[in-house]
Every structure is written in C-alpha cells, then in structure tokens.
Design a protein around this ligand. Structure first.
Ligand SMILES: [Zn+2]
Ligand SMILES: [Zn+2]
Ligand SMILES: [Zn+2]
Length: 148
C-alpha cells in the first residue's frame, strides 16, 4: 500500500485500511471528484466497495483533516486532498469543472471584513464562478447564418 497515505492515516490516528488508502489515492489522482467517481476508482482498484463504505471513509478522512470537502452551490460535494494552503476554486456554472486558484491575497483568512463583530475569523471562502472554455463556447448563440 502507498506508504505516503498509510503514514498520513497513522499520523491522523486512523487505522490503515485498503479502502481508506484507495480513496486517498483516487482523490490524489483526480482532485475535486464526487463520491460516485471516487467509488468507481476504488472499485477499479479493490474489486468492490459499497456506496455507504465510501461515504463513511470520506466522512472520516474529512473530519480528520486529510480531505477537504468543497460544496459549490448546485453541485454534489467534491473532495480533494487537504493541503491547507487556503487555495480557492474556480467553478464552471454549467458542468461544475473545478480548477484550483492559489490565494490571490496571501494566507487565511485572506480577506478581512470591515467589521468582524468580535468574531475570531480564520477563513474567507472565495469561489470564482464562470463558464469553462468548452461551456462558454456551447453557450454562444448561433447566428441566423449558422442556422440553415
Ligand atoms: Zn463547463
Ligand atoms: Zn482545490
Ligand atoms: Zn484567498
């Protein structure tokens, strides 16, 4: 089993299991994947695994800080390895393809509200929304000449 991920699991105080390592491997290969895609990847590696087992692994690894769960509005949750670099995401409104954007300003919380109302703020969640090149192209209205 991948020793990097086995070690990360042990450091997080978790037992090293094949499904856990396999989920981490799958997400490192395909960041911003949803549970279904992750499950398909795990099945390709391990033969079979239930949807519930995958959800359990994702929940545990997220709770222990090994995974970052991102939930763009209108999309199912997506997962990536948590590297705690406070990067942001650029999300396509149409196909939900997600791209990492390094923090524009610096470190967390990276943006300061004009008034913190006494809260101890540790994060500003910034999501950039738009259309990926492919979807932007498909959205272009056909001109009269193009419709023949
Ligand atoms: Zn798109
Ligand atoms: Zn990301
Ligand atoms: Zn930032």
């Amino acid at each position: 089993m991948n020793s990097k991920f086995s070690e990360a699991l042990r450091e997080a105080g978790l037992r090293v299991t094949r499904p856990r390592v396999s989920v981490l491997e799958e997400i490192s290969r395909r960041p911003h994947a949803n549970a279904e895609k992750i499950r398909n990847g795990v099945i390709a590696q391990l033969g079979s695994v239930s949807t519930q087992a995958v959800y359990d692994v994702l929940h545990t690894l997220t709770a222990k800080g090994l995974l970052r769960k991102i939930e763009p509005a209108g999309s199912v949750p997506l997962y990536e390895l948590a590297n705690h670099d406070n990067h942001h995401h650029l999300v396509c409104r149409s196909c939900f393809t997600v791209i990492d954007i390094p923090c524009v300003v610096g470190s967390a919380p990276c943006l300061e509200p004009s008034d913190d109302h006494g809260y101890v703020i540790d994060e500003a969640e910034v999501t950039f929304w738009g259309y990926c090149p492919k979807c932007a192209k498909n959205r272009q209205k056909p001109t009269i000449n193009a419709i023949k």
